[in-house]
Write a protein that binds this ligand. Structure first.
Ligand SMILES: [Zn+2]
Length: 489
């Protein structure tokens, strides 16, 4: 019987909006998800699916899996230096303690930026390589909303990003990585990574064309003619980093020239879609007008830029104010992040009516706070919602009634992924005429199953949503739309 392979799994992930008024601390990791060695639950989180999948495959592949820490913070502002250094050093110490290792598998996000480090994942992969040496296989899963530096590709053997946005395939990405790591370890394949810089930044939802067809095409390429894996790094525009932008990643079985050719060909195809991948964005007033005319329910309206999943606080009142002005009935909004207001409502108790100031606290861009007489309809301690097979915390939360509207206030920041975010808070989402959710596109998969129609409302301000005009100090490469034809040079 062959000797068992020693395999380390770890996960350290967040997405950093360097323009956000928030700052990210260790407590934010603890609030969102923190599992020490051996403590990872059976269910995956977005960036930690390597844990349950490695456990599942261990017997089949003859792996001795050594689990490190897995942690994730809801996207936010710059990670403070002490938190970054502590979590990084903890992961590296766990890897050192697990030596010798045949394989290291990391669940990363790829857009973590710390005070003093613009490329956290690059630094992690470089440090891991220095610890394990040249022969150990290093593989990582990435969120496509990340920044792919040369340091990352130089130090990893396998990089697999989620293909779907919404990221409904995060478990599939982990399975694909783990499969390839196994095949590499037994000498069946020799992965070679090719990268093409598309020199663009754009919002690329795959729930609609042209991206839907593009992703299907990439999936069809995998597993044929020596193509092991194809990933698209969409990029993440809310970060001032040198590697900002989209990239095509092709992993071939030892055929670098072919990988380079394919990465370029697919990368230029992606580039050709620029400017026509976004859905129609309406103003809040236009979205509410249109929803009122739609003869069916529920109509889901996404507040696309006040999305905590993009690192903003998620306490904007701009869409809500428009809803209050219309005195809408059978309408609900989830959620406004306001720990102080939640605490006050919990003190008042279910059924209480009180004057409450809520929302609009973290930045001028998010609108003024709302002052209203509200009724506390429901209090839920440690509220949650689902995202695929993953359970996402919302913290202590309350449903309040403002006029005839219902609003969910929460304490642990999260975008809204699923209708159970309403149902768990005592609001029947299918009975509502209008549901407003703070999310750019992750809501789409679960809400499309109950929605009569889906509209997108865009408010400028909380999120740096125009890369042509965003202030990037560290970006020196020419990328569209800052440069009309960045491939010309
Ligand atoms: Zn993402």
């Amino acid at each position: 019987m062959a000797e068992m392979k020693r395999v380390f799994v770890g996960s350290l992930a967040t997405e950093t909006n360097t323009f956000s008024p928030l700052r990210t601390d260790l407590q934010d990791f603890r609030d969102s998800f923190y599992a020490g060695p051996g403590e990872h639950p059976a269910t995956p989180t977005l960036c930690s699916a390597v844990f349950p999948v490695a456990r599942d495959r261990a017997r089949q592949y003859g792996w001795h899996v050594i689990e490190g820490t897995a942690t994730w913070a809801e996207p936010g502002g710059l990670v403070n230096a002490r938190t970054w250094e502590l979590l990084r050093d903890q992961m590296l110490a766990e890897i050192r303690a697990a030596l010798p290792l045949d394989i290291v598998l990391l669940g990363l996000h790829g857009a973590m930026v710390a005070d003093g480090c613009l490329d956290c994942e690059g630094e992690i992969l470089e440090a891991v390589r220095a610890i394990v040496g040249p022969d150990t296989i290093i593989g990582a899963t990435f969120d496509p909303h990340s920044h792919l530096s040369a340091k990352r590709t130089a130090n990893a053997d396998l990089l697999v990003a989620f293909k779907e946005f919404p990221h409904t395939d995060f478990v599939i990405a982990a399975e694909s990585l783990i499969d390839l790591a196994h095949r590499t370890s037994v000498g069946e394949v020799k992965p070679e990574i090719s990268v093409f810089d598309c020199r663009m930044i754009e919002v690329l939802p795959t729930s609609r064309q042209p991206m839907r067809g593009f992703v299907d095409k990439l999936k069809a390429l995998e597993g044929h003619d020596g193509v092991l894996s194809v990933s698209v790094i969409h990029g993440f525009m809310a970060a001032d980093v040198p590697d900002l932008g989209s990239r095509l990643v092709v992993i071939t079985d030892g055929d670098r020239p072919k990988g380079d050719r394919l990465a370029r060909e697919l990368g230029m195809e992606l580039y050709s879609y620029r400017g026509r991948t976004r859905p129609e964005f309406l103003t809040p007033a236009e979205a509410l007008d249109k929803a009122a005319e739609i003869d069916g329910h529920p109509v889901v309206i996404a507040d696309v830029w006040d999305n905590p999943g993009g690192g903003v606080p998620g306490d904007s009142t701009i869409v809500l104010r428009e809803m209050i002005a219309r005195d809408l009935t059978d309408a609900a909004l989830a959620s406004i992040w306001d720990p102080i207001a939640v605490r006050t409502c919990i003190s008042a108790g279910e059924g209480a009516t009180l004057p409450l100031r809520f929302g609009g606290k973290m930045s001028a861009a998010a609108g003024e706070p709302i002052d209203a007489e509200v009724t506390v309809e429901k209090v839920v301690r440690n509220a949650v919602q689902s995202f695929g097979t993953s359970v996402v915390p919302l913290g202590d939360s309350v449903t309040i009634r403002v006029g005839s509207l219902r609003v969910v206030l929460n304490t642990v920041r999260s975008q809204i992924f699923s209708p159970d975010a309403f149902a768990n808070m005592g609001i029947d989402p299918t009975a509502m005429k209008i549901l407003v959710v703070k999310s750019t596109n992750h809501f789409h998969d679960a809400f499309s199953r109950i929605a009569f129609d889906i509209l997108y409302a865009a408010v400028d301000g909380p999120y740096p949503n125009d890369p042509a005009t965003n202030t990037y100090h560290t970006l020196t490469r020419a990328i569209w739309p800052r440069v009309e034809d960045p491939h010309a040079a």
